[in-house]
Ligand binder design. Structure first.
Ligand code: FAD
Ligand code: SF4
Ligand code: SF4
Ligand code: SF4
Length: 414
C-alpha cells in the first residue's frame, strides 16, 4: 500500500504503450478509464506535427496510446477548457494531465466555483518548461538549420533542446545558449518556480531515474490519499510495475528541482528589472499596451477571468469602439487578476500584438505576494481580495475616509 509522500520508479506492463519514459502516466490513465474511476481523460496529443499540440477528450482506453509522450511545444492550458466545454466537470469524472501551470489554474478555477475538483483526478507532470510552437519553428529553421516540417520528435534532455528529423538527423543546442539569444523556453516558463506540481494527486517525471532504469521508468511521487488509492489500483490491475527509487536518484531529483527554482527566481529578477520600477514601470506598461487592439484574447484564455459580465465591456469604464482602448481596459485586468495570476503565459501566447501581458501581470502578482503572503494556485486558500465585502468597505470608507483596508506590512491598521 502506498501513501502520500511515497516515491517509486514505475513502468508500464502494457506492450503497446510507448511512453515518454516509463509510460506510467498513460498506464494510470488506462486504469482510471477501465476501472470506471473516471468517465473521460482530458490530455494533449500530437496533431498535424510536433508543434501542434491538441487537447483531446478520451473515453475509450484503446485510444490512449496515441496520446503517450511529451509535447514540449504544447503550451496549452487545460483547466479553462474544462470550465468552457466540459461544464466544469460538474457532471462527469475526469482525469487530467497537469503541468505546474495547469495544476495552479485548477485550484484558482475551483476556488471561484468554476470547476469541481472533487470530480477531477490530477496527474501531474514535472515541467522544465515549454517552447512556443511559433518560436520553435523559427528557431529550428534559423539556429538548427533544419526544416521544421522534417522534425518528427523533440525532447529536452540534459539542458538541451533536441530535435530529430525523419531522415535520422539529431541535433541539440543548450537551452541557456538559446535563451541568451531570445529563443528557447517561453519567457513565463523561464520565470516559473513550479517544477514538480505536488498540488496534484500523483506527480510524474524523469528527474531522478538513474541506473539501468534511466529512460525506461517514470519517477512517481504520490501527493494525495486519492493519488495513493489510484496508484495502488493501477499496480493491482497489473498495468504498472514498480521498484524503489535509487537513493542517489532521490538526491539528484531534489538537487535539480532546487536549481530550477533558483533559476526561475533569478529570471524573475532579470525580467522584472527590465520593465523598470514604480512610475517608470507604469509608463513602460502603458506604452507597450498602447498597441492593444481589444481582441479580448487575453481575457478569453486567462484561467482567472471568468466573469459573465466583464467590466472591460462596460461603457462607463472603457469607451466602446476605441482602439487602442483606454488604459482602464488593462487596469481592470490588473486589478481583478494580479493577486491570483498563475504565470501560465496564455495571455502573452495569444496576443496578436505581442504584448508581454503575462510578464506585467506576474510582476504585480509577485509584489502582491510580498505584501499579503498569498501564493496563487498552491491550495484552496482564497486571495486576500476575496475577503473584502464591497458594501462593508463602502460604509467603512465613508466613515473613516481611508481606502486602506488591509493591515499594512508593519501590522498596524491604517
Ligand atoms: P506518458 O505515458 O508518455 O504520458 C505522458 C502524458 O502527458 C500523456 O497523457 C500526454 O498526453 C501528456 N502530455 C504530453 N504533453 C503534454 C503537455 N504539453 N501538456 C499536458 N499534458 C501533456 N519531467 C521531468 O522530470 N523534467 C522535466 O524537465 C520535464 N519537463 C516537461 C515539460 C513538458 C512541457 C512536459 C509536457 C513534460 C515534462 N516532463 C518533465 C514530464 C516527462 O516528460 C513525462 O511526461 C513524465 O515523466 C511521464 O512520463 P511517462 O512515460 O509516464 O508519460
Ligand atoms: Fe511548465 Fe511552468 Fe512553463 Fe507551465 S509555466 S509550462 S509549469 S515551466
Ligand atoms: Fe495566465 Fe496571463 Fe491569466 Fe496570469 S494573467 S493567469 S499569465 S493568462
Ligand atoms: Fe489587447 Fe493583446 Fe489582450 Fe488582444 S490579447 S485584448 S491585443 S492585450
Amino acid at each position: 500500500m502506498s501513501a502520500k509522500g511515497d516515491m517509486f520508479y514505475a513502468w508500464t506492463n502494457v506492450s503497446d504503450i510507448k511512453g515518454e519514459c516509463g509510460g506510467a502516466v498513460t498506464s494510470i490513465l488506462k486504469y482510471l478509464l477501465e476501472s470506471k474511476t473516471v468517465d473521460a481523460v482530458l490530455t494533449v496529443q500530437k496533431g498535424a506535427d510536433v508543434f501542434d499540440a491538441e487537447p483531446v477528450v478520451i473515453t475509450d482506453p484503446a485510444d490512449l496510446v496515441k496520446s503517450a509522450g511529451s509535447l514540449h511545444c504544447g503550451t496549452l492550458l487545460l483547466p479553462k477548457l474544462i470550465k468552457k466545454y466540459l461544464n466544469g466537470a460538474k457532471d462527469m469524472k475526469l482525469a487530467v494531465t497537469c503541468k505546474g501551470c495547469d495544476a495552479k489554474a485548477m485550484y484558482e478555477l475551483a476556488k471561484r466555483q468554476q470547476i469541481n475538483l472533487d470530480n477531477i483526478v490530477m496527474i501531474g507532470l514535472n515541467c522544465g518548461g515549454s517552447v512556443s510552437p511559433v518560436l520553435a519553428r523559427k528557431m529550428i529553421t534559423e539556429k538548427y538549420g533544419i526544416d521544421p516540417n522534417d522534425v518528427v520528435k523533440e525532447e529536452i534532455d540534459k539542458g538541451q533542446f533536441i530535435v530529430m528529423t525523419k531522415d535520422g538527423q539529431h541535433k541539440g543546442i543548450k537551452i541557456d545558449e538559446l535563451e541568451e539569444e531570445g529563443l528557447g523556453r517561453r519567457k513565463n516558463c523561464q520565470r516559473c518556480e513550479t517544477k514538480i506540481p505536488r498540488q496534484t494527486d500523483i506527480v510524474c517525471g524523469n528527474w531522478g531515474v538513474i541506473g539501468e532504469k534511466a529512460g525506461k521508468a517514470t519517477f512517481v511521487e504520490i501527493c494525495s490519499d486519492k493519488g495513493a488509492m489510484i496508484f495502488d489500483g493501477a499496480v493491482k490491475a497489473g498495468v504498472l510495475a514498480t521498484s524503489a527509487p535509487e537513493e542517489k536518484g532521490l538526491e539528484i531529483r531534489d538537487k535539480i528541482e532546487n536549481v530550477m527554482i533558483k533559476m526561475g527566481k533569478k529570471n524573475q529578477e532579470t525580467q522584472f528589472a527590465a520593465i523598470g520600477e514604480g512610475t517608470d514601470r507604469l509608463k513602460y506598461i502603458m506604452a507597450e499596451t498602447g498597441r492593444c487592439i481589444k481582441c479580448y484574447g487575453c481575457i478569453e484564455n486567462c484561467p482567472i477571468c471568468y466573469c459573465v459580465e466583464c467590466s472591460t465591456k462596460k461603457p462607463h469604464l472603457v469607451r466602446p469602439g476605441q482602439v487602442p482602448p483606454d488604459f482602464m481596459f488593462q487596469m481592470i485586468r490588473f486589478a481583478h487578476i494580479a493577486d491570483s495570476c498563475v504565470n501560465c503565459g496564455q495571455c502573452t501566447d495569444i496576443c496578436p500584438q505581442n504584448i508581454p501581458n503575462s510578464l506585467f501581470m506576474h510582476a504585480q502578482q509577485v509584489e502582491l505576494e510580498k505584501m499579503f503572503g498569498h501564493k496563487p494556485g498552491m491550495d484552496m486558500e482564497l486571495p486576500v481580495l476575496a475577503f473584502a465585502e464591497e458594501i462593508d468597505e463602502r460604509a467603512r470608507l465613508n466613515a473613516t475616509g481611508s481606502d486602506m483596508i488591509y493591515e499594512n506590512v508593519f501590522g498596524e491598521e491604517k
